[in-house]
Design a protein around this ligand. Structure first.
Ligand SMILES: Nc1ncnc2c1ncn2[C@@H]1O[C@H](COP(=O)(O)OP(=O)(O)OP(=O)(O)O)[C@@H](O)[C@H]1O
Ligand SMILES: [Mg+2]
Length: 413
């Protein structure tokens, strides 16, 4: 059986998702496991032992369901250490036929990759955006074209080596060899965004527990990536501090049950109740008061995300609008607040856009976008001849071929 595994080591939970691939192109979830994790802060591993424990729990749950051992996975990474830039490179085509080969494409990419890198950083992704062949711009694939000069524009994502080492170590100590480390918003974009949105220009904001990750697409390809080191768990911590709830769990419960990101959506007479710190007595407060605290933090997150988007798109206004995902996007009023902050751009919230066979509606949860995207990324790297023949679901076949074409040419070297 050919299968790929996505391992999302998130700030609130680890998710391990094993997907079976078939020659017909269908995809089916054969194993999944989710384990709460407190070892990751703001997207980066801070407690290796706790993170390894959570990875093991998620992995074992996925293995029990799948009935086979999981030994490798596509592992997500994010955090403030991630930086990205668009870089250009150019080469002369010197072979006798003057026909561009795969080798020329790789040589062009090598020149684009010559960005100045401090010793503690490394290139995580070098993604071709488009090529220019003898001055003719916007070529998607120049192979076999006759030319004397090939130029490339590439999106280069770099990361702190120590952070990557820690992510690798957590997977390895739990018995999983990382097939590749993948930037989380890139993975999530595979699961959530449509090709039409990417063509028009779109920004994805994945509001997780510890970070809000941003990916901007333009003309069908990735143009910008950024990481905001604040997420939805900071909202929970604010509630805990401001209202002195009995515990952080009680603050989370209050947020999930009564939380709203926009004060306009809350009535004057609405109340929320919770257990107070020390006494554990029940207390009631106006929901407007709770919303004020939540809105302040959600505004901060979305404004910082807008700043990241503005680095790539003038006025922060991609024509295809904004797509929110991640568990934090489920908070009531978040889409409405985002519309305000993004100057009335179209905003939608979504999880993975296609239901995976064998996983039901759970696969649509926005908290799973990264895990599903990591598995899709892995699926796009597998050669079809390694897949087994089996037809299950036409919709999945479509997604798998979409995934494969979206990631064609993503290999750096
Ligand atoms: N129904 C809901 N309403 C409001 N918030 C929610 C809901 N479900 C989940 N959340 C919030 O989403 C956050 C977790 O999101 P997610 O699972 O995407 O994070 P993560 O992947 O673990 O973290 P990160 O991506 O930052 O590393 C938590 O703060 C949680 O409170
Ligand atoms: Mg996440």
């Amino acid at each position: 059986m050919a299968y790929v595994v996505g391992l999302d080591i998130g700030s609130t939970k680890v998710c391990c998702l094993a997907i079976e691939l078939t020659a017909s192109g269908s995809l089916r979830v054969v194993g999944h496991g989710i384990a709460p994790c407190k070892g990751v802060r703001r997207g980066t591993v801070e407690d290796i032992d706790e993170t390894v424990r959570a990875v093991r729990v998620a992995k074992e749950a996925a293995e029990t369901m799948a009935g086979f051992a999981i030994d490798s996975a596509y592992v997500g990474v994010t955090g403030e250490h991630i930086l990205s830039t668009n870089s250009k490179g150019a080469i002369a085509i010197s072979n006798v036929t003057r026909e561009i080969t795969e080798g020329d494409k790789n040589r062009a990419m090598q020149t684009a990759k010559q960005v100045v890198l401090p010793p503690d950083r490394e290139i995580l992704h070098a993604i071709p955006r488009h090529y220019t062949v003898d001055g003719h711009k916007g070529v998607a694939n120049p192979v076999n074209m006759a030319a004397s000069r090939l130029e490339i524009e590439a999106h280069i994502v770099t990361a702190g080596s120590a952070f990557l080492r820690n992510a690798r170590r957590c997977a390895e100590r739990a018995g999983i060899a990382p097939a590749e480390l993948v930037l989380e918003p890139l993975a999530a974009s595979m699961a959530v965004l449509t090709p039409e949105e990417k063509e028009a220009g779109v920004a994805l904001i994945d509001i997780g527990g510890g970070t809000a990750d941003v990916a901007v697409f333009h003309d069908g390809s990735i143009f910008g990536t950024g990481v905001v080191p604040v997420g939805a768990h900071h909202v929970t911590k604010d509630i805990y501090m401001m209202f002195r709830t009995a515990s952080i769990e009680e603050a989370e419960r209050l947020k999930l049950q009564s939380g709203c990101a926009l004060i306009d959506l809350v009535g004057e007479d609405e109340v929320a109740s919770y257990e107070e710190m020390s006494s554990n007595a029940k207390r009631s407060i106006p929901k407007k008061l709770l919303t004020e605290v939540i809105q302040a933090r959600m505004e901060e997150i979305l404004e910082l995300a807008r700043d990241e988007i503005r680095k790539s798109v003038r006025n922060g206004a991609p024509a295809g609008g904004i797509v929110l995902t991640g568990g934090g996007s489920l908070l009531k009023g978040t889409v409405e607040l985002a519309r305000k902050i993004m100057n009335d751009l179209p905003v939608r919230a979504s999880g993975p856009s296609v239901a995976l066979d064998g996983y039901g509606d759970r696969a649509r949860h926005p908290g799973l976008s990264t895990a599903v995207g990591l598995a899709l990324y892995g699926a796009s790297k597998l050669r079809p001849e390694e897949a087994v023949v089996e037809v299950r679901d036409g919709a999945l076949a479509k997604m798998w071929s979409k995934a494969a074409s979206a990631f064609k040419g993503w290999k750096e070297d």
